[in-house]
Design a protein around this ligand. Sequence first.
Ligand code: C2O
Ligand code: CU
Ligand code: CU
Length: 482
Amino acid sequence: MKKINRRKFLILSYSSAIATLIAQCSIVKTQENRHFFSSYPQINQSQDGILEIDLTANFNQINLGNKQAYLLSYNRQIPGPRLEAKPGDTIRINFTNNLPQPTNIHYHGLHIPITGNADNVFLNIPPGDRFTYQFQIPENHPAGMFWYHPHLHGLVAEQLFGGLAGLFIVRGELDEIPEVKAASERFLVLQDFALDQQGNMLPSQELSIMTGREGNLITANGQFNPNFTIPAQGLLRLRILNASSSRFYRLSLEEHPFYLIATDGGALAEPVEMSELLLTPGERADVLIQANREPGKYRLLNLPYERVGMGMMGRGMMGRNFPESQPQVLATVSYDTQVAAVLLPTKLVPVTALPEPQKVRRFQMNHGMIPGQGMAFLFNGQPYQPERIDTQVQLNTVEDWELINTGMMDHPFHVHGNAFQVLSRNGKLEPYRAWKDVVLVRPGETVLIRMPLRDFAGKTVYHCHILDHEDLGMMGNLEIKP
Ligand code: C2O
Ligand code: CU
Ligand code: CU
């Protein structure tokens, strides 16, 4: 597989690299102005039922906070443009691949067709090619925070770790709840990077691929420790995405609890108070924060978390400062001029219970040695095979999947196309109902999920969202039969 080599790429496209540098001076300016208001790069909202955007994947110099870096980006922004649409809207994405390797786009969490020019992860868009993605957001699609990123098997970890990820927001019922509407809304896209002194991405041999690559530069919206203001006595609505390829975030805001109002697939029935929040790769959380403490500055912290069993490998094998033993500051929240107190909502959007399943299946997650290939990550003892259908399900049925981790590392399980509800962990019932598309399965744990297979037939995948594990085989093909 062709890996990205900056020097070679720059020689090949010397003139375009110069053009890029010139163009970037002006882009950086407008971006800074936008940050002042939104803390997020470019925003594209649908108009009159249509969202059309030109999206280009690039590999070039970019400003990452105060650092110059050579990274992968959509439209020269990290994170990529934030797309916003409503149920019923038509989406058209005119995509150009300016990377030196093939790619494609997956619309993580959106309930749209999994075939053709919609959420089709089997497309291969070669370097220099264009492709138009077009689909409709169903009329009954829940409001929520979704995202887009590359999904070409074997290159997923590398391309996400290079910076390719952007938000896809669907507006709807949750946004119209008066207290939610009154809150100041901020987005937080968490990404980590590993760069050398010159700002080049560290080659994968220098990263801990087996455990899942992590970088020691952590950014929020492509910045280091950005500041969010919140009116004193007001509400902050923080919508957080873990867009890292392997890193987990265990979040806590000094002196402020989080009130969780939505998970991956949309709203909860009522807010759930929590003092900290664990977000594994691919997961999203929508939380309200009440500014009812002493006016001042509060740090959003990433607390240490160990996702690899110590029995598995010695610390020496885990690469640079992993796991971190000290909390890191991801962002700062500071109080602004006081407003009239905004209360928390009491009711959000009902989350209906699913009917009994037609079928129960079992998925065992582990790793093992494949002769002549080395370590592989497996579902039910097998590494991914593009031609093999691993799981065949019937459209318009409900299934229970039992996810069993018999290994020694955490695996966040993810499935495309339909959201699910977690029923229990090791037999213990989940405390509240929520729509999810990623769920953490810890070593020794059995997690039971229930999933309706609705609307769209075709072939798609499920996998571990530690994307190195996915690239190393922990993925299966799912066929939804009409
Ligand atoms: Cu965000 Cu198949 O993944
Ligand atoms: Cu996905
Ligand atoms: Cu995994």
